[in-house]
Ligand binder design. Structure first.
Ligand code: G1P
Ligand code: ZN
Length: 544
């Protein structure tokens, strides 16, 4: 085996964020940059020699080149076998599924999720552990530490492996299996959901759907599962071909970036159900005809209806949501008598809870929903869950959600993002607010009186690790809240996220527009934090 040892020096900026290492493509293209991070990853792991590694990505620009480098480095670092999706494609949830099913020691996922792609866009590398989930902080910190002291990396000298066909190859003694990226995942979905019933719903001719794959990774999965297996009409999947720059779009399934789908769903002859997924297939947006389901409400509705779905018919062990996610699911869990956990932002915090059997469903306000079937959030899974629900209940999306509010009350919820603001200004804003927190309890702002205010810190109930600095919370006496956080996934300046929430029990008030319902909280947030003055921004970039 011909292995080359290359002398290198550390880059200081390889600390993984909320979801892996994300940088501009041009940063990853610097000589040795990717190689250093991959070597740091292998160095931070132990006991993997001869084991199986899963590799794949969302098909974005730089994926093919990165994959060949990683394959050669895996061979040089003693990996026994690599399972790689055909054309280098694996959605994030499919990668999680393949890691678990084939008992891999881990996986490397190449994606910057919902961030734009192309030569000017973003690229990312994320390491997942044997449970199929994103590496916990102790692993990402070990990778980072190693990256700061690296002096060399190892890479095999070998020809590139062709990825356009399913086949078995050898690379300097390591086995490389190019696998169908959809098969294992589709089989898992079939085990959870009532495919016959969903098929019957599509066959009835009375039900129509559109799925926007945003020219990202879910296209092949959605076509295979929705159109080929479940009988949805051809053309149900729009923008279904993965493109390296996502067709110039921003592959984030929200009301701003999936506007074409939103327009279709608001037409007079709108389909009954609309959904979209992001760059790497782990996010989902759920729409009914003329109706948007917030991700927080979606989690609550899925929890309340879980026993109607074959895979969850025996009930749920518990649920979890990230701190900024609305508390709608808490009410359902309370009524069902199951535990509800509040974790920091990022899927990695759910893994321990799922591994310990404490939660079955979990979700985030950022269009992420999932269950213990894998250890990542899963866009298509959420879509199939809704389809199964619609097939059983035979009501519209809007009817299901309105009935839910009637029973549990409505949590009006909105997130305002200020993207790419000056990093120093954003940090100053947070620092000033943090200083102000202790004096807030007892203060009254209009109709709201502050009950508590803190910097959210989480103690993992399983391994007791503590994660601090997870967002500034202002909690009011009536349960309303305002949360400020800086994004851990952006690659330009800083992104300030402002989350507001208010619970309304009375059914007569459920019709209000969300932005109207939370307007006073937004004014209070501005008063307390001075966003305009400090960032120079009059309005957020994205409102969801
Ligand atoms: C964002 C979301 C978070 C999600 C993450 C990865 O992270 O807010 O919920 O887990 O992307 O998809 P943030 O940029 O806020 O750190
Ligand atoms: Zn994603």
């Amino acid at each position: 085996m011909d292995i080359r040892t290359v002398i290198t020096s550390p880059f200081g900026d390889q600390r993984p964020g909320t979801s892996g290492l994300r940088k501009k493509v041009s940063v990853f293209q610097q000589p040795h940059y990717l190689e250093n991070f991959i070597q740091a990853t292998f160095d931070a792991l132990s006991d993997y020699a001869g084991g199986t590694l899963v590799l794949g990505g969302d098909g974005r620009y730089y994926n093919p080149a990165a994959i060949q480098i990683i394959l050669k480095m895996a061979a040089a670092n003693g990996v026994g076998r690599v399972l790689i999706g055909q054309d280098g494609i694996l959605s994030t949830p499919a990668a999680s599924c393949v890691i678990r099913k084939h008992q891999a020691f881990g996986g490397i996922i190449l994606s910057a999720s919902h961030n734009p792609g192309g030569p000017e866009g973003d690229f990312g590398v994320k390491y997942n552990t044997a449970n199929g989930g994103p590496a916990p902080e102790k692993v990402t910190e070990a990778i980072y530490r190693r990256s700061t002291e690296l002096t060399q990396y190892r890479i095999a000298v070998a020809p590139d492996i062709p990825l356009d066909r399913r086949a078995h190859h050898r690379l300097s003694g390591m086995a490389v299996e190019v696998i169908d990226p959809v098969a294992d995942y589709a089989q898992l979905m079939e085990a959870l959901f009532d495919f016959n019933r969903i098929h019957a719903l599509f066959n009835s001719g009375l039900f129509h759907m559109r799925f926007d794959a945003m020219h990202a990774v879910t296209g092949p999965y959605a076509r295979a599962i929705l159109e080929e297996r479940l009988g949805a009409l051809p053309g149900t999947v729009m923008r279904g071909t993965p493109l390296e720059d996502f067709g110039g779009g921003h592959p984030d399934p929200n009301l701003t970036y999936a506007d074409e789908l939103v327009t279709i769903m608001n037409r007079s002859s709108a389909p009954d159900f609309g959904a979209a997924s992001d760059g790497d297939g782990d996010r989902n947006m759920i729409l009914g005809s003329h109706f948007f389901v917030t991700p927080s409400d979606s989690l609550a509705v899925l929890t309340a209806n879980a026993t109607l779905i074959p895979g969850y018919a025996d009930g749920l062990a518990g649920v979890a949501r990230s701190m900024p996610t609305s508390a709608a699911v808490d009410r359902v869990a309370g009524a069902m008598g199951i535990p509800c956990f509040e974790t920091p932002t990022g899927w990695k915090f759910f893994g321990n809870l799922m591994d310990a059997g404490k939660v079955t469903l979990c979700g985030e306000e950022s269009f992420g929903t999932g269950s213990n079937h894998v250890r990542e959030k899963d866009g298509l899974w959420a879509v199939l869950f809704w389809l199964n629900l619609l097939a059983v209940r035979r009501e519209s999306v809007e009817e299901i959600v309105r009935q839910h509010w009637a029973v549990y009350g409505r949590n009006f919820y909105s997130r305002h993002d200020y993207e790419a603001v000056n990093a120093a200004a954003a940090h100053d804003l947070m620092a000033a607010l943090r200083t102000r927190l202790p004096s807030l309890p007892g203060e009254t702002f209009g109709a709201y009186t502050v009950a508590t205010a803190d910097d959210f810190s989480y103690t993992d109930p399983v391994d007791h690790s503590v994660s601090g600095g997870q967002g500034l919370r202002i909690l009011f006496q009536d349960g309303a809240r305002i949360v400020f956080r800086l994004s851990g996934t952006g690659t330009e300046g800083a992104t300030l996220r402002l989350y507001v929430e208010r619970y309304v029990r009375e059914r007569s008030a459920h019709q209000q527009d969300t932005q109207v319902a939370v307007a006073e909280l937004l004014t209070i947030a501005e008063r307390i934090a001075g966003i305009r003055r400090r960032t120079g921004r009059d309005a957020p970039t994205v409102i969801t």
